[in-house]
Write a protein that binds this ligand. Structure first.
Ligand code: DER
Length: 224
């Protein structure tokens, strides 16, 4: 397998869904990097869309390509969002947040009528959970949250990056929680939603209308 090629194939397929006049949510990560590149070319060739970014990285890439961008609070609806994922299961439930952008990604996805996920074949799993669940935590609450996660059989460490504690665009930390195989992501999501101090977690349940997966030299689309 060639994951980079698979990411490109999925990205090229996804951007064919875009139409003039749409407001488009732009996800974050290395797969989306290819999608934004493609969108830049389409815009240069006349596609009339406006983007809403889920990270500074995606925003900067889009601006540099001449994609018109809007602030999230200047839009009341997003027509379609294209984003990546760290894992997806048979029910198209996702673990996201590997890139640390899960808060804006979840808000943008929640405002989007259509949600398209693009992925290389390595992201498809039978059960979520091999990839730890990113959990964005307000720093003051890190120890409290860690204790609450233990009650859910979750063990988590604060994410480090380049020897420093990783800090999100919101100024928070991320605990990557290991819960073992997650056969009931909706139930775990509900438990995490009740823990004070968690701003957002990386279980995106019922937030993908379809997943376009690159595999070898083609793509497969899974639809909810
Ligand atoms: O952080 C995120 O949610 C990204 O979308 C991530 O999950 C996918 O990143 P990748 O496309 O670089 O694998």
């Amino acid at each position: 397998n060639n994951p980079e090629k698979e990411k490109q194939l999925a990205a090229k397929e996804a951007v064919t869904l875009l139409k003039d006049g749409q407001i488009v949510g732009l996800g974050t990560g290395s797969t989306i990097f290819f999608a934004i590149e493609e969108i830049g070319t389409l815009v240069k060739n006349g596609l009339q869309i406006k983007g809403v970014a889920t990270s500074d990285a995606s925003y900067q890439q889009a601006i540099a390509l001449g994609i018109p961008m809007l602030n999230i609070n200047d839009v009341t609806r997003i027509d379609i969002t294209i984003d990546g994922t760290d894992e997806f299961d048979d029910n198209l439930q996702l673990i996201k947040g590997g890139g640390g952008a899960l808060f804006k990604e979840k808000i943008v996805a929640s405002m989007s009528r259509e949600k398209i996920i693009i992925a290389d074949a390595s992201k498809k799993v039978n059960a979520l959970g091999k990839f730890k669940v990113p959990i964005e935590v307000v720093p003051f609450a890190v120890n409290y949250v860690r204790q609450q996660l233990k009650k859910l059989n979750g063990n988590g460490e604060v994410r480090m990056k380049d020897g420093q504690t990783f800090v999100t665009e919101q100024g928070n930390y991320i605990i990557d929680g290991d819960f073992g195989p997650i056969n009931e992501p909706i139930i775990l999501s509900r438990h995490l939603n009740e823990i004070e101090g968690i701003l957002v977690h990386g279980l995106f349940v019922n937030m993908a209308d379809s997943v376009i997966m690159g595999v070898h030299d083609t793509t497969v689309t899974f639809t909810r």
